[in-house]
Design a binder for this molecule. Structure first.
Ligand code: NAD
Length: 351
C-alpha cells in the first residue's frame, strides 16, 4: 500500500527540472498522500521550498529521506549514485529508457523495484508522458542546430537575399520531429520530413510544417542527408532501441561543418555515429560533422519543461499511488518482480 510519495532533486549533469510543480503536489496531497520534496529540489525550475510547503508538502534534507518513500517519482533515469536506494517493493515512476541502459535494467531487476516508465505509458493513446518533453526537445533541436551551424559551416538557416536557405532533414516526424521541423521552418529553412507514416507526411506537408516529404528507406535517407546542412534524428519504436537509420556512410557524405542532432539518443540513437553527450559537453565532431547528442535536452529549459511534464504526470502519479494495476497505467510497467515485462525493452536488451 502506497502512502508516501518522494520527489528527489535531479542528479544528471546539468539537469534542473523537477518532476512535480507545487500545484501538482497539491493534487497528490488532496488525494490523501504524504509528499516529500528534497530540499531545494525545485529551485532550478523556479520553485522554492516555501512554494511546496505552502501546498502541504514536507521538505526533507537529503535524497536518502526521499528514497525512503513508498513511491519515488523523478524526471531522469536514476543515476548510478542513486541505485543504492533501490529496494524490494519500492515503486519508481520516471523516464527509464532501459533499452539503452542495460546496467540500470539489471540494478532494477536485482533489487526488486517495481519500475514504471514515463516513455512507454500508452493510455489512452500515443505516448502522453513522452510527448511533452518531445515537444520541448524538438523545439530545442531547431535552436541548437541553428546555433551550431554558425560555428560549423557558418550557415544561417534562413539564407539571405540571393542566397539559398539551409537544407534541414528530419527523420521521424512524430512529436519531436514535427516540432524540430516547425522551428526550422520558422527560421525559413527548407525542411524535408522523412517517416514511414505517409498519412502523417501528407498532413505535415499540407500544413506547411515541411517543404518536402520522403518515405523512409535506406536509399532515400542517403540521398537527402548528403545535401543537408542540418539533420535531426527523431525516429522511435516505443520501448525499443532506436533503429540506426542514418549510417556512418550517410554522415561521411555530408559537407564539413554540417550538424547532426540525434534526439533519439536516449533510446540509443538513430544515427550510427552518435554517442550520448551531456549538457555541459553537448557536442563532438565525427567525420567533420558536429554531433549534438544530449540525452536530456529539456533539462536546459527547466521552468517550461517541469510545468509541462508535471501537468502530464500528476494524474497518472495519483492513479499509480492508488492502484499500480490501474488500466490508466497501460504500457508503463517495465520491471516487475525481478523481470523485464515490456516486450520491446526485453527484446532490445536480450534478457
Ligand atoms: N534527447 C532528449 O532529450 C529527448 C527528449 C524528448 C524525447 N526524446 C526522444 O525523441 C525520440 C522521438 O520521440 P517522439 O515523442 O517524437 O516519438 P513519436 O512516437 O511521436 O515519433 C516517432 C516517429 O518515428 C517514426 N519512425 C519509426 N520508425 C521509422 C523509420 N524506420 N523511419 C522513419 N521514421 C520512423 C514514427 O512513424 C513516428 O512518426 C524518442 O527517442 C524520444 O525518447 C529525446
Amino acid at each position: 500500500m502506497i502512502r508516501t510519495i518522494g520527489i528527489p532533486a535531479e542528479t544528471k549533469d546539468g539537469e534542473r527540472r523537477i518532476a512535480l510543480e507545487p500545484s501538482a503536489v497539491k493534487m497528490a496531497i488532496s488525494a490523501g498522500f504524504e509528499v516529500r520534496i528534497q530540499q531545494d529540489g525545485g529551485v532550478g525550475a523556479g520553485f522554492t521550498n516555501e512554494d511546496y510547503q505552502a501546498v502541504g508538502a514536507k521538505i526533507v534534507p537529503t535524497a536518502a529521506d526521499v528514497w525512503e518513500s513508498d513511491l519515488v517519482c523523478k524526471v531522469k533515469e536514476p543515476q548510478p549514485s542513486e541505485w543504492g536506494y533501490f529496494r524490494e517493493g519500492l515503486h519508481l515512476f520516471a523516464y527509464l529508457h532501459l533499452a539503452a541502459e542495460p546496467d540500470l535494467a539489471r540494478a532494477l531487476m536485482s533489487s526488486g523495484v517495481e519500475a514504471f516508465a514515463f516513455e512507454t505509458l500508452s493510455y489512452p493513446k500515443g505516448l502522453p508522458l513522452l510527448a511533452p518533453m518531445s515537444e520541448v526537445a524538438g523545439r530545442a533541436a531547431a535552436i541548437m542546430g541553428a546555433y551550431y551551424l554558425a560555428s560549423g559551416s557558418g550557415t544561417l538557416l534562413g539564407g539571405s537575399a540571393g542566397v539559398l536557405p539551409a537544407r534541414v532533414v528530419v527523420v521521424g516526424m512524430g512529436v519531436a520531429g514535427t516540432m524540430a521541423a516547425r522551428g526550422a521552418r520558422g527560421m525559413d529553412a527548407e525542411v524535408t520530413g522523412v517517416d514511414i507514416d505517409l498519412a502523417r507526411l501528407h498532413e505535415l506537408q499540407q500544413q506547411g510544417t515541411i517543404t518536402a516529404s520522403l518515405a523512409s528507406s535506406e536509399m532515400a535517407i542517403a540521398e537527402v542527408v548528403k545535401n543537408a546542412d542540418l539533420v535531426v534524428g527523431a525516429a522511435l519504436v516505443p520501448g525499443a532501441k532506436a533503429p540506426k537509420l542514418i549510417t556512418r556512410e550517410h554522415i561521411e557524405s555530408m559537407k564539413p561543418g554540417s550538424v547532426a542532432v540525434d534526439l533519439a539518443i536516449d533510446q540509443g540513437g538513430c544515427i550510427e555515429t552518435s554517442r550520448p553527450t551531456s549538457l555541459s559537453h553537448p557536442t563532438f565532431v565525427d567525420s567533420g560533422v558536429v554531433h549534438y547528442c544530449v540525452t536530456n535536452v529539456p533539462g536546459q529549459y527547466p521552468r517550461t519543461s517541469s510545468r509541462a511534464l508535471s501537468a502530464a504526470v500528476a494524474p497518472r502519479l495519483v492513479d499509480l499511488a492508488r492502484d499500480p494495476a490501474s488500466e490508466r497505467l497501460a504500457g508503463a510497467l517495465n520491471v516487475s518482480k525481478g523481470k523485464i515485462v515490456y516486450k520491446a525493452v526485453s527484446e532490445s536488451l536480450g534478457f
